[in-house]
Ligand binder design. Structure first.
Ligand code: DC
Length: 218
């Protein structure tokens, strides 16, 4: 049996940074499920699909073949055989991922891939519905969150470090909007699984959060 660590939480809570470090410590693979929804969103954007048009999303999403490969321990997302890691991190793709991920056909395709990865590997998987839907029997479940203002400040610092000019109020508004969209959708909304441990990282260092998750694995 594989060992499964599920980390869910809202955008900007630090899930990927933390999950990567936990995976490294444990020698597990890290599965970034948001990247899979982003690859699907990228495909839909390139096809000019309107995310409000359910029929179009459900019809076109089957054309996107999404797969995962690992290169030097890094997850590479393949869309119809092409590495799309470099083009899926934009705000535009993130918004499209949030808008297109509620459709059942999109979720079916992507969650099947996630379940298969977790069946055949020891994993740290992060996302929105991992503990609630994808891996309901995960060995460790964490709901990682932080205040919207703290998350906006982290994103702002990240963008400033890259030399990108931005408005922190706009970032916070976008975060609040994305939380709303992810938490209120009908299918697989973002919520804490009943048996998940809540970690609020607002005033914790990365290493403190990593250690508290490693402690749960004992
Ligand atoms: O974690 P992220 O920002 O890369 O995720 C992008 C969007 O994908 C997010 O707003 C909602 C969706 N998503 C999802 O529905 N289920 C997941 N397990 C992961 C992401």
């Amino acid at each position: 049996m594989s060992y499964q660590i599920a980390i869910d939480g809202p955008a900007g809570a630090g899930k990927s940074t933390i999950a990567k470090k936990v995976a490294k410590e444990k020698g597990f693979i890290y599965v970034d499920t948001g990247a899979m929804y982003r690859a699907m969103a990228y495909y839909l954007l390139t096809q000019n699909v309107n995310p409000e048009n359910a029929e179009a999303v459900e019809k076109r999403c089957v054309e996107a073949d999404i797969a995962i490969r690992y290169e030097n321990g890094e997850q590479v997302v393949l869309l119809n055989g092409e590495n799309v890691n470099a083009v899926i991190r934009s705000e535009e793709v993130g918004k499209m991922a949030s808008a297109s991920s509620p459709y059942p056909k999109v979720r079916q395709r992507i969650t099947a891939l996630q379940k298969e990865l977790a069946r055949t590997n020891d994993v740290v998987m992060d996302g929105r519905d991992i503990g609630t839907c994808v891996l309901p029997n995960a060995d460790v479940k964490v709901y990682l969150t932080a205040g919207a203002h703290v998350r906006a400040q982290r994103r702002y610092d990240e963008l400033c470090a890259k030399g990108v000019s931005c408005d922190i109020r706009q970032i916070e508004e976008d975060i609040i909007e994305r939380d709303k969209q992810d938490m209120t959708r009908e299918i697989s909304p973002l919520k804490q699984a009943e048996d998940a441990v809540l970690i609020d990282s607002s005033y914790m260092s990365i290493d403190e959060v990593v250690q508290s998750i490693l402690d749960l694995c004992k």
